[in-house]
Write a protein that binds this ligand. Structure first.
Ligand code: NAP
Length: 320
C-alpha cells in the first residue's frame, strides 16, 4: 500500500467513517423501514457481539426470525437471552459454528438447508484480524479461512435455499480498509514475505467485494450487497487494533450506528428497488469500490483466476 493511498484513505475516514461522519450522513437518511418482517428469516454470523449483535437486535425488534451463527455457546446464549428479553421476540435461534473451519461451515449449511424451508436474508458479518499466521484444519490461513472461505462456503451452499425464498438478499460486512488493497491472487494463503495481519484482513475484505460482484452476476434472483459499517467501537477493534482504538476514542461509532446500513439493506424495500445488486454501501448510500482513479484498472485475468482458485479450493477441500 502506498503512503499516498494510505493518507487519502485515513483522511477520508476521519471525515466519513467516524461518529461525526455518521451524524452528518444521517441528516439525509430516508430509511424506508416501515416494514413488517414477521415470517421472514435472517441468518447473521457473529451475532453475539458488536455490529452483528446490534443487527440481530434491530431485526428481532421488527419481528423477524433470527438465526444467530456464533462460535462460542456461552456468549451466544447470553446475547440471545438479551435479544429475546429486549425485543419480546422468541423466534431467535443459536447455531454454533466456527466460521474459520471450512468443512464445519459447509456441514452446517447443508444441515440448515435440509432443516429449514426458507432463508430470506443471509448477513455475513463475522470477521477477524489475526496478526500471527495460523492455519485451520484444512491448512488455510485463519484470516482467509474466516473472512473469505467461510463467507464463500456458507453463501454458496445456502444459495439454493435463498433462491427459493421470497425477496432473497445476501449482505456481506466488508470494510473501508479494503480500499487500500487491489485484488491479489498469487498468495491467497499469505505464505511468502512478512505476515501483516492488517493487510491480510484488508485483502480479504477486497475479496468479499469481488465475490459479491461475481455472485450478483451469477444469481440475478438474489439481491447481493456489501457494506462498510464505518469505524465502530467493538471488541474486534479494541483487541485487534488497540492503538487505533485508543487514538479514536469517542470518535468511534456506536454499534447501532455501525449496524444501521446492514439493517436498511436487510429490511427496506428501497435497498432492493433503488440499488442494483452487487454495490458497496455505507451510511444508506453507495460507495465507490475504489479510492483513486488509478486503482480502477484491475486486470480481468486476476478476477477469473481468483474465481477459479476459490472454486477449486471449495471443491477439493469438500471433496464434491
Ligand atoms: N468495528 C469496525 O470498526 C469495523 C470496521 C469495518 C468492518 N468491520 C467488520 O464488521 C464485522 C463485525 O465486527 P465487529 O467490529 O462488530 O467486531 P466484534 O464485536 O468483535 O464481532 C465480531 C463477531 O465475529 C465473530 N467471529 C469472529 N471469528 C469467528 C469465527 N471463526 N467463527 C464464528 N464467529 C466468529 C465474533 O465471535 P466472538 O465473540 O466469539 O469472538 C463476533 O461475534 C466484521 O466482519 C468486521 O471485519 C468492523
Amino acid at each position: 500500500m502506498s503512503l499516498y493511498r494510505n493518507a487519502i484513505w485515513f483522511l477520508n475516514g476521519i471525515h466519513h467513517y467516524t461518529r461525526k461522519g455518521y451524524e452528518a450522513a444521517a441528516k439525509d437518511f430516508d430509511k424506508d423501514l416501515d416494514v413488517s418482517v414477521v415470517g421472514r428469516s435472517f441468518m447473521i454470523t457473529g451475532a453475539n457481539s458488536g455490529i452483528g449483535r446490534a443487527t440481530a437486535m434491530a431485526i428481532a425488534k421488527k419481528g423477524g426470525t433470527v438465526h444467530m451463527v456464533c462460535r462460542n455457546k456461552d456468549k451466544a446464549e447470553e446475547a440471545r437471552a438479551d435479544i429475546v428479553n429486549v425485543s419480546g421476540n422468541t423466534e431467535v435461534y443459536v447455531h454454533i459454528v466456527d466460521m474459520s473451519e471450512t468443512r464445519k461451515v459447509w456441514e452446517f449449511a447443508e444441515a440448515f438447508k435440509k432443516q429449514y424451508p426458507s432463508l430470506n436474508v443471509l448477513i455475513n458479518n463475522a470477521g477477524c484480524m489475526v496478526h500471527k499466521r495460523e492455519v485451520n484444519a484444512e491448512r488455510l490461513e485463519k484470516n482467509f479461512a474466516t473472512n473469505t472461505m467461510g463467507v464463500y462456503v456458507l453463501t454458496q451452499t445456502l444459495i439454493p435455499l435463498l433462491q427459493k425464498s421470497r425477496d432473497p438478499r445476501v449482505i456481506t460486512v466488508s470494510s473501508g480498509g479494503m480500499l487500500v488493497q487491489k485484488l491479489r491472487v498469487n498468495d491467497l494463503q499469505s505464505e511468502t514475505g512478512c505476515f501483516d495481519g492488517v493487510m491480510v484482513y484488508a485483502q480479504n475484505k477486497r475479496q468479499q467485494v469481488v465475490l459479491t460482484q461475481q455472485w450478483a452476476k451469477a444469481y440475478p434472483v438474489i439481491h447481493f450487497s456489501v457494506m462498510h459499517p464505518g469505524w465502530v467501537d467493538t471488541p474486534a477493534v479494541s483487541t485487534s487494533m488497540p492503538q487505533f482504538h485508543q487514538m479514536m476514542g469517542d470518535r468511534l461509532r456506536s454499534v447501532e450506528q455501525g449496524a444501521d446500513t446492514i439493517v436498511w439493506l436487510a429490511l427496506s424495500r428501497a435497498a432492493v428497488s433503488h440499488f442494483p445488486s452487487s454495490w458497496l454501501h455505507s451510511d444508506i448510500t453507495i460507495l465507490s469500490h475504489n479510492l483513486t482513479q488509478s486503482s480502477q484498472t484491475l486486470p480481468p485475468l486476476s478476477l477469473s483466476k481468483f474465481q477459479c482458485l476459490i472454486y477449486l479450493l471449495h471443491h477439493t477441500l469438500l471433496n464434491h
